[in-house]
Design a protein around this ligand. Structure first.
Ligand code: AMP
Length: 482
């Protein structure tokens, strides 16, 4: 069977419509393989690079298969990093939006109690990092008896990061009758062992050969520099390159902090991200960078894995990564979706040996270039400074089209007032012109409730609700701020 469109998978119309609104028109190779096999109930091991469209390949069948009526989690997706958890949650939410699929992200360094209360409500699909997921399972704050799907995303990374014991402990909690999908860029022995231990005997292996067309196009070069002049050398390089969107990787949090201070003093629209920052700050920085409000990000490897930001034009390795694989992850943030990217690595004399190892491992053409001369830098300065003054171009969000008819509405009452989803649905569907299809995801917290109103009817609902009550209670109702 040839799958040239998403309709060919015979999936529900709501999902096909959402995919079109997200500007996904033609299934990628991995989607053509994985979606039908998953819908058939197979356990699958997928060897595929990030950037191949794998999130959609499991997101579509999961959103198709979970039952909206069942409130408890039916699918669990394990990922190695918190940023990836948020990203996958957003992708799933987008794909399942018109089916009103509720995805919940759980990960460390953020409030356990907030996640606990989210998990107590409708949560069809849970995306999380192993440590926090296990914590919820052990404390009984996440129900697992209805889980029918387990996805291990970036399995090799999860094992590299030492999550193996947690992953195994999580699997032991879950019902035996379930479907398991495992995605990994490489297949080291531990991943193979995990698969043979925990997946069905008739599992299917899918290996995506990366052909020339699907390989990221990255122009790789490196420059030999002295340790002492590094910040200035970098600034010279950035002046000459004048990137539109650039991630600079350092090996340590201290280096990130130092370089961030130096470059922000130089006037660059920049922020920083590393594991020592609180999660809310990390999330906010990522969002600013993703939207294009920041043109530069200086980060440790927490920003290297799986993160999908449109049009990152440049990646700079300010430090040579100590782990060889990290070089591939870092530079893979550019050159995505058919665009050509530029990757530059600064190499000091003390890093020479590590660099040789990285180069041998990467097996890519990496050209040595000379540091730009003072004259050359001067020549480019005016254009560089002009761009610093320009207002950033805000990147178009992929889900803009999908969300344009959706308004999130705030109600100042929740569980404490004993309000349940059914009370809100009853009130809203009593408004002439509003029916159940116009109501999206409902999130009830202790004191507040958020409801997505679909089909462009949000403002109408808000104005009607000024004179109506929910279960006899008059509530403040307005457009939600976030
Ligand atoms: P992933 O492998 O999940 O990290 O996805 C890589 C990139 O491909 C993401 O930017 C997706 O938005 C994009 N993508 C996924 N599926 C499709 C598709 N069918 N058509 C176009 N772009 C896609």
């Amino acid at each position: 069977m040839n799958y040239t469109t998403f309709e060919d998978f015979a999936i529900s119309e709501e999902i096909v419509t959402a995919l079109k609104a997200l500007r996904y028109f033609k299934p990628t190779q991995v989607q053509q393989e994985v979606i039908p096999l998953t819908l058939k109930g197979k356990d699958i091991i997928v060897e595929s690079q990030t950037g191949s469209g794998k999130t959609v390949s499991f997101g579509v069948p999961l959103c198709e298969s979970v039952s909206w009526e069942e409130n408890r989690p039916q699918a669990l997706i394990l990922v190695p990093t918190r940023e990836l958890a948020l990203q996958v949650k957003e992708d799933i939410t987008n794909i399942g939006r018109l089916k009103r699929i509720k995805a919940t992200a759980v990960f460390g360094k953020t409030s356990f109690d907030t996640q606990k209360s989210e998990l107590r409500q409708k949560s069809h699909i849970v995306v999380g990092t192993p440590g926090r997921v296990l914590d919820h399972l052990q404390k009984g704050t996440m129900k697992f008896d209805k889980i029918r799907y387990l996805v291990l995303d970036e399995a090799d990374e999860m094992l590299n990061m030492g999550f193996i014991e947690q992953v195994e402990a999580i699997i032991d909690f879950l019902p035996k009758q379930k479907q398991t999908l495992l995605f990994s860029a490489t297949m080291p022995n531990e991943v193979v062992r995990l698969a043979s231990f925990y997946m069905k005997n008739d599992r299917v292996s899918v290996k995506m050969e990366s052909d020339e067309a699907s390989k990221p196009k990255i122009l790789q070069s490196f420059i030999r520099v002295q340790e002492s002049g590094k910040p200035k050398q970098l600034l010279d390089l950035l002046t000459v390159e004048n990137p539109d969107s650039c991630i600079i990787f350092c090996n340590t949090q201290e280096a990130v902090n130092g370089l961030y201070t130096f470059l922000s003093k130089a006037g660059l629209p920049i922020d920083k991200m590393h594991g020592g920052m609180v999660q809310d700050d990390r999330t906010a920085v990522m969002e600013d960078f993703r939207k294009g409000r920041l043109r530069y990000l200086v980060a440790t490897d927490v920003a290297a894995r799986g993160i999908d930001v449109d049009n990152v034009t440049h990646v700079v390795n300010y430090d040579v990564p100590e782990e060889k694989e990290s070089f591939i992850h870092r530079t893979g943030r550019t050159g995505r979706a058919g665009k050509t990217g530029v990757a530059l690595t600064l190499v000091t004399p003390s890093e020479e040996r590590t660099w040789q190892g990285v180069k041998d491992f990467a097996q890519q053409e990496i050209t040595e270039i000379d540091p730009p001369s003072a004259r050359f830098v001067q020549h480019h300065k005016a254009a560089f400074e002009k761009k610093l003054q320009e207002r950033p171009v805000i990147k178009r969000a992929r889900n803009r089209e999908l969300n344009k008819d959706i308004t999130k509405v705030y109600f100042n009452g929740g569980k404490k007032k004993k309000l349940r989803a059914i009370d809100f649905v009853g009130t809203l569907t009593n408004i002439p012109g509003i029916d159940a299809d116009d109501i999206g995801i409902i999130t009830i917290q202790e004191n507040v409730t958020y409801i997505e109103i679909l089909n462009g009817k949000g403002h109408f609902v808000i104005s009607e609700m000024q004179n109506r009550t929910v279960k006899g209670k008059a509530l403040k109702v307005h457009k939600a701020k976030k």
